[in-house]
Design a protein around this ligand. Structure first.
Ligand SMILES: Nc1ncnc2c1ncn2[C@@H]1O[C@H](COP(=O)(O)OP(=O)(O)OP(=O)(O)O)[C@@H](O)[C@H]1O
Length: 251
């Protein structure tokens, strides 16, 4: 049997008396996109924080690539290949698209920012950055100032920067937020291609995008997973419809 890339075991998080995530267990397997959906305030962002290490869990385990990473910082989890994209990536607008990704490659290699300029000329660094741009279909924009990209292109660039860290898993925190229909369609296409080589845990409010991308969906309501299954299973689950999807058109 294939070993999951990420396993959450009975994760809990309380803020004082507020019990936000409750015994959350799920797994992300190689080659798959596992989506976590749920209404506002269900605890999705908290869960992402627990997985990436920004929020210490009250109890439970995060097992990544076969290793319990509970005691590791965000940076150490990232170094092991737990890549988080969207909402935290800072694009440097005055630098080119390629330079932005080269910076990500350099960070992975462990150099500090002050070595950026000379190292950016390094052929190997640029080749790796170009490869990441290729993966997301942004090669044609390599020389453009990042600040001049459209909103959707910036989101794709953030993805390329995340890939520069050679993640074993991508944590995607609302990648479609703020994107228009065309940009969303493009992101869905890019992510569909990517998930085979880089599995992903996706938190997303756009149900159409989730249904297109996800191989499995877990539904979080009041911090608890009330259902987990394939797109068809989740769409057809009466408890899910009542608790959440019933409010969505066309589900
Ligand atoms: N640092 C904190 N201190 C106290 N309460 C918090 C903290 N962070 C989150 N909460 C509470 O935990 C609950 C879940 O919040 P969270 O942001 O994780 O939900 P969410 O599912 O991501 O919501 P949304 O879809 O709106 O982003 C909310 O009631 C929120 O007020």
């Amino acid at each position: 049997m294939t070993r999951p890339v990420l396993e959450l075991k009975e994760l809990n998080k309380s803020f004082g008396a507020l019990h936000v995530t409750k015994n959350v267990s799920l797994a992300v397997n190689p080659g798959e996109c596992h989506a976590v959906i749920g209404p506002n305030g269900a605890g999705k962002t908290t869960l992402i924080g627990q997985i990436c290490g920004a929020l210490p869990s009250s109890s439970g385990d995060v097992v990544f690539d076969g290793e319990n990473v509970n005691g590791l910082s965000v940076a150490n989890r990232a170094l092991r290949g737990l890549g988080r994209s969207f909402q935290i990536t800072a694009i440097l607008p005055a630098f080119s698209v390629l330079e932005n990704v080269a910076l990500g490659v350099q960070a992975k290699a462990g150099h500090s920012y002050r070595f950026f300029k000379p190292a950016a000329r390094d052929r190997d660094l640029n080749a790796k950055a170009e490869h990441c741009l290729d993966l997301v279909g942004l090669s044609g924009r390599a020389g453009v100032r990042a600040g001049d990209l459209s909103h959707g292109e910036k989101r794709v660039l953030e993805l390329a920067i995340a890939l520069a860290g050679e993640p074993k898993l991508l944590l995607l925190d609302e990648p479609m937020a703020g994107a228009g229909p065309d940009e969303t369609a493009r992101l869905v296409e890019v992510l569909s291609d990517l998930k085979r080589q880089t599995p992903m845990l996706l938190v997303e409010h756009d149900m159409d995008a989730v249904f297109k991308l996800a191989d499995r969906i877990s539904v979080l309501v009041y911090g608890e997973i009330i259902a987990s299954g394939s797109v068809e299973e989740i769409r057809g689950n009466p408890a899910v419809r009542e608790a959440y999807l019933g409010t969505e058109e066309g589900v």
